[in-house]
Design a protein around this ligand. Structure first.
Ligand code: PGA
Length: 233
């Protein structure tokens, strides 16, 4: 399975290094064969070797240039990073990233062969309008994205579940994942308020190939427990 932690704007570079070190020690000890991804804050990126794939939470679709506040592929290359998160709901909603920009990022990093975790998810208002409206909304988020890209991972993260402590029922997670799997055979992660006490059941849901975890993975021991659950399945 794929177990991913999105550290968002949390942990300094020193704290992130400690997090990665503890994680690597745990993975070594347990002989994990899970795929582990960690997305540190941009200023906490560093050289890393081990079983964990370090990824960028965001980057501009350019090698370098006049893009104030952004980093490009040259900065990622310095740290040997070839994994990126694209389309996270916080980028879509807080930073108003339009689909066209996400497609641009996707194509740029696909051409470089990056592993891309592409996020989709509906706001509460859309969900309340019923299943058909919700599925159409999710479909639009795939627009322009090559869903057959070999290094693609999709993360289904309902916007109303992110950081709120709310999650869909296990039955709903399975149902939506199975429907989404008809659109792409890429591994499909669930994200949105996954906690150490809910991860086990979510990981066991049909159609779930892993989880993308924010606040619930900030304490490395909780993230390790989730990896252990995946290993035990
Ligand atoms: P959360 O965040 O686990 O804190 O809800 C998940 C995410 O944003 O990827």
């Amino acid at each position: 399975m794929i177990i991913a932690s999105n550290l968002k704007t949390n942990l300094t570079r020193i704290q992130t290094s400690a997090y990665l070190m503890d994680l690597e020690n745990f993975l070594d000890e347990m002989h994990s064969n899970q795929e582990i991804l960690v997305f540190p804050a941009q200023s906490s990126l560093n050289l890393h070797s081990g079983q964990v794939h370090q990824g960028a939470q965001n980057a501009y679709p350019a090698k370098n240039g006049a893009f104030t506040g952004e980093i490009g592929s040259e900065q990622l290359e310095e740290f040997g990073i070839n994994t990126i998160l694209i389309g996270h709901s916080e980028r879509r909603h807080i930073f108003s990233e339009p689909q066209a920009l996400l497609v641009e990022k996707f194509n740029y990093y696909k051409n470089l062969g990056f592993k891309i975790v592409f996020c989709i998810g509906e706001p509460l208002k859309v969900r309340e309008e019923g299943e058909d409206v919700m599925m159409k909304y999710l479909e639009l988020q795939y627009e322009g994205i090559d869903t057959s890209y070999e290094n693609l991972i999709i993360a289904y993260e309902p916007v109303w579940a992110i950081g709120t402590g709310l999650t869909p029922t296990l039955k709903d997670i399975s149902k939506i994942h199975l429907a989404l799997k008809e659109k792409s055979s890429a591994p499909l992660l669930y994200g949105g308020s996954v906690k150490v006490d809910t991860a086990k059941d979510i990981l066991a849901c049909e159609g779930v190939d892993g989880v993308l975890v924010g606040s619930g993975a900030l304490a490395v021991e909780n993230f390790c427990s989730m990896i252990q659950f995946a290993q035990d399945i």
